[in-house]
Design a protein around this ligand. Structure first.
Ligand code: ADP
Length: 266
């Protein structure tokens, strides 16, 4: 049987400049998978390939046995939602912005959202905690609040696959944990399949079911957080000295950085 999401011998990119090496992996429904790797390793390029923003140079990706490359724009928008780091906000209210997540479901000649659209948007505004901001203009929000609104809009799109590019980068630790707890709950309770680019290795290890570690446009390692977050692979990929231990409460791996001064003295 096919896996829920499958990418096989896939490559895309910017020919002559940077292309992914042939990439293959599978994800089951409801899995929460983190993509880690240094800047320039190809994480965003991979996302653009999965969402078909960059055409495949080779291979294919399948969601629920359907080729993503063959989906119409509308089918794609009903199946895959992306939250990018920089949200194009324009001058609209938070509620208007989030309701735009329902556009892929509009019928021909339907110009306004239905009661159901409004109910779905409300549900996700409540879940992400942005309801108190709903009448504010998007461009008047902080980076973190915009990120929360972006996630609410993506969920309102009711996708099968959610792609998150650094969803916690502008958030303080309270909101980081809140968002990651929420995403984990959605993946486990609603069976939402999530692929998330994340720089923070400790959050990646704590929250994700499995991790994909990228290096130079290819996959260096994939597996459980414990398998992937070992000092040998991290040091090789990031060219940085680290110490890894196990969180005594969660039993997940944690990664410590060590300053140059301490390394010199040790
Ligand atoms: P990551 O998300 O891991 O930081 P990216 O996928 O953004 O890495 O970038 C991978 C490589 O592709 C980098 O070397 C980057 O310079 C290059 N790249 C990204 N965007 C473009 C573009 N629009 N045109 C040409 N090269 C690009």
């Amino acid at each position: 049987m096919d896996s829920f999401f499958e990418i096989k011998n896939f490559s895309c990119g910017y020919p002559g400049k940077f292309t992914l090496k042939s990439i293959s992996f599978k994800i089951e429904k409801g899995d929460f998978v983190g993509i880690i790797g240094p800047n320039g390793s190809g994480k965003t390029t991979l996302f653009k390939g999965i969402s078909n923003e960059l055409p495949a140079i080779s291979g294919e990706s399948k969601l629920n046995s359907n080729s993503i490359q063959k989906m119409s724009l509308k089918q794609k928008a009903q199946n895959i939602a992306i939250v990018t780091q920089h949200i194009e906000v324009g001058s609209m209210t938070v509620e208007e912005y989030i309701l735009m997540g329902r556009i892929p479901y509009r019928k021909q000649f339907q110009f306004f959202e239905t009661k159901r659209d409004i109910a779905i948007a409300k549900k996700y505004m409540d879940l992400t905690g942005v309801t108190p901001l709903k009448d504010k203009y998007m461009n008047a929000l902080s980076g973190g609040e915009q990120q929360l609104a972006g996630i609410a809009r993506a969920l309102t799109q009711d996708p099968q696959l959610l792609l998150l590019d650094e969803p916690t980068s502008h958030l303080d630790i309270t909101h980081q944990v809140e968002i990651l707890n929420l995403i984990r709950r959605l993946s486990k309770e609603l069976g939402l399949t999530v692929l998330m680019i994340i720089h923070d290795l400790n959050l990646a290890g704590e929250y994700c079911d499995s991790l994909i570690m990228m290096q130079n446009g290819g996959i260096r390692k994939k597996g459980s957080p414990t398998e992937v977050l070992n000092y040998r692979d991290i040091e090789a990929v990031y060219n940085t000295v680290v110490v890894t231990r196990t969180n005594p409460i969660s039993n997940k791996p944690v990664v410590f950085l060590v300053s140059e001064e301490v390394i010199r003295k040790s």
